[in-house]
Design a protein around this ligand. Sequence first.
Ligand code: FPP
Ligand code: ZN
Length: 501
Amino acid sequence: MTLAEERNWHPMPVDGYPTPTSDLQTATEKILQDCLESQISGDSAHIPALQKNAHVQFLLRNLVQGFPARYTSQDASQPWLIFWTLQGFSVLGVGLDEQTKTRAIDTLLALQHPSGGFAGGPGQFPHLLPTYAAVCAMAIVGKGGEGGGWEKIDREGLYDFFMSLKQPDGSFLVSHYGEVDVRGIYCLLAVATMLDLLTPELLEGTPEFIAACQTYEGGFCNASFPDWALGLGNAKGKSFSTDSRPPLGEAHGGYTFCATASWILLQPYIQTCYSDKPKPHIQTSALLRWLTQMQGSEIELGGFKGRTNKLVDGCYSWWVGGCVVLVEGLLGLGEQDKDAEHEQGKSDEEDAWDDVDDSLFNRRALQEYVLFAAQHSAGGLVDKPPKGPDAYHTLYCLSGLSAAQHHMFPSGTRRKEVSEAWKDGEKPADAQLTKLRHDAFVSSLSWVEEEGTAKYIGGEQNRLNATHPLSNLTVTHIEGIMAHFYGQSIPRRGFSAKKSE
Ligand code: FPP
Ligand code: ZN
């Protein structure tokens, strides 16, 4: 049997009218086929090792020597460069020395704007995207107390900054005078959830806005039409209807991740504050169908693409692969069954994830894409060969590989453990706000790895740490920063696998 037969390779059909799109697709299939063939050298079962040392060296070089000149265009994304590097280390299981942590904390705090929020570079205006990257990076390197950096985050300024970006239709500008974009909304919600800044006032209308960004394909686009463009004037005080507001662009994996994660982060608010008004809805089955369609065929080595008729790219391993994990959680797929099995003491072996059909995407194939096609021989990871490595693709290829190795899910048992350990503060607060804070804390920290189900294609040496699907931080880091800002302690994990961190 030839490799092509064994692998069931079917090129994308062409209709005799070549276009730049079909030519690029054909060329990409050839590149990926060559890439696979050159690495298996006759043994079709051979899977490459994850070159952890080379990838650590790649990240380390940028950290120690500074980023090369080609990163100049990312002058306004400096917290991102830091986050991609530090989270790359976390996923690879590399700890940081105190000096590096202090250096990162000082650099990040220097980007905090006097009126709240983080800027992408010194002297720049604050923006939601670098704010998310800076806070996530602080979750990795910071801690409470003197020199730990967390007390230096200006939460009041941040909340005021968020409110100053809020639009009447429930959306947010990414920065003053900037545009509306679901990436910014995700960044705001992730930070507000981590730092205990959620309020009903902040979130009013946001679920309706997110729901209105779902396109006819099932994925989400960057934004939906603002009311002013629809001649509706200022919608404040009117209904935040989803139906009347069409999506503004094309479904894309990056926006779909952001919208889906936002939707999940908004659930505590929806559960708390919608008893007297209709709850907005998204089409979960259409979303899932679109996400699964984004996984490339065998000839594309099972990598993910970001939109219909475009090419597979390693970074979508996280934005789309990670989004399937979110949707699996949203559907509560087998959650009760899994918890019940653990309670009945089902053995790891019986439980083991041997069958890829257990999941809603092909986890084996995605691992193969990252291992065969996304590793650069000089270290670092890439979109696809023959592209060079960069910090962004290095993190998102690794995070996607991790998502394909570990099965993270929102556990009912873990939710109960975290909820039972919750302590209301001494300050009297209104009941709605207390419930919102409690539910946000408990829901975020209910995501754990399903014990005994990790699967490492190519062997245990390819194992990466698990990463939290809502924040792309390890569970240890998200627990640490949330416990600090909510003033809570985190109970020991009961049945859930601890080995992942
Ligand atoms: C198209 O690029 C890319 C976009 C339109 C946006 C991508 C958005 C993300 C990756 C999400 C980022 C998330 C946060 C939190 C900031 P392209 O045309 O070069 O790529 P394509 O051909 O694969 O669509
Ligand atoms: Zn990419």
